[in-house]
Design a protein around this ligand. Structure first.
Ligand SMILES: Cc1cc2nc3c(=O)[nH]c(=O)nc-3n(C[C@H](O)[C@H](O)[C@H](O)COP(=O)(O)O)c2cc1C
Length: 337
């Protein structure tokens, strides 16, 4: 019998051939124009050849001001679509589906000029103090997520993920540690969720494919958000038509994180089983057996692999051997296994 890691998973009209997702990872390999380079083409196609079911392109900036660095990949103008569509074609050609994570770095942007955030509080003493966003900034940023979604559709992506984690702009709105606003976008949990809600609504006007949201389901801070808060947020995401929550944690403030194999899996487990929405688990998942345990015990629907796939683009094959499952090889490599 096929193992669950190698069973298909359908979301809307997209069927993934297995449950292995290449977790989004910034490559900082563009120039300041945010275009796809040869590096991206080789890097992402390799993971598709290696057997990953869903290849998710790194955090891709919806505005130039919202870049983590000046070498981020971008989706803020139409010239960027061609390279992205070439990436999608290559990923498809090698048997995987393609997703893109659309992102705005907020107060963590490392770019020349002003940075924006819900409140004028710097992330740390090395960061710029951001400008508190006006209503106009908020509306423009929501529109830039919508424009990015249109471009992602034009490029042919199968799935879009909105980056709501790791202390970037959306996470800054969600967390009371970074959001001290007194208008409709701050204060109560509903108000802090409003920015993400409006992004989802505006993205869904131009995108009817599967929509994921990555969250940091624990701020690891006594005055920050905990898993209980995120179970509520996940239930709102479900109501608002999000298909899957990709469950990460931390980084909205500098708090220590106790890291061990599968450390974020309990967060995915609780969101999946208490908010009743599909989830992805991520974080120090490195073996096929570990991934299979998470899926069989219904603690997640998809397994996101980051650093292990950097070390080994053929990790899906290694996991299949571990789970005594046969997966097809690229025909060009058939003589090797
Ligand atoms: C080089 C690198 C770049 C990353 N860039 C992103 C990113 O663009 N978006 C994101 O949500 N997470 C990013 N992450 C976090 C990973 O997606 C993942 O959540 C984290 O590394 C934990 O998974 P792992 O233990 O399998 O590496 C990055 C991690 C690494 C190592």
């Amino acid at each position: 019998m096929n193992k669950k890691l190698f069973s298909s998973f359908t979301i809307k009209d997209v069927t993934l051939k297995n449950r292995i997702v290449m977790s989004p990872m910034c490559m900082y390999s563009s120039d300041e124009t945010g275009l796809v380079t040869d590096w991206h083409k080789v890097h992402y196609a390799s993971r598709a050849i290696g057997g990953t079911g869903l290849v998710m392109i790194e955090a891709t900036a919806v505005t130039a001001q919202g870049r983590i660095s000046e070498r981020d990949l971008g989706i803020w103008n139409d010239k960027q679509v061609k390279g992205l569509s070439e990436l999608v074609s290559q990923i498809h050609e090698h048997g995987a589906k393609a997703a893109i994570q659309i992102a705005h770095a907020g107060r963590k942007a490392r770019v020349t000029g002003d940075v924006i955030a819900p409140s004028a509080i710097a992330f740390d003493d090395k960061s710029k103090t951001p400008i508190e966003m006006t209503e106009q900034h908020i509306q423009e940023t929501i529109a830039s997520f919508q424009d990015a979604a249109k471009r992602a559709k034009d490029a042919g992506f199968d799935i879009i993920e909105i980056h709501g984690a790791h202390g970037y702009l959306i996470n800054e709105f969600l967390s009371p540690l970074a959001n001290k606003r007194t208008d409709n976008y701050g204060g109560s949990a509903e108000n802090r969720y409003r920015f993400l809600k409006e992004i989802i609504i505006s993205v869904k006007k131009v995108w009817d494919g599967p929509l994921f949201v990555r969250v940091s389901a624990n701020d690891y801070h006594p005055e920050g958000l905990s898993i209980e808060d995120y179970i509520t947020i996940a239930s709102w995401l479900k109501e608002d038509g999000v298909d899957l929550v990709d469950v990460s944690s931390g980084s909205v403030v500098l708090s220590p994180i106790h890291v061990y194999p599968g450390y974020q899996v309990p967060l995915s487990d609780r969101i999946r089983n208490e908010a009743h929405i599909s989830t992805g688990a991520v974080g120090l998942i490195t073996s096929g057996l570990q991934a299979e345990e998470i899926l069989q015990n219904e603690r997640a629907d998809l397994i996101f692999i980051a650093r292990e796939l950097l070390r080994n683009p053929y990790w899906p094959r290694q996991a299949a051997i571990e789970l005594k499952t046969e997966i097809p090889a690229p025909t060009q490599y058939a003589r090797s296994w």
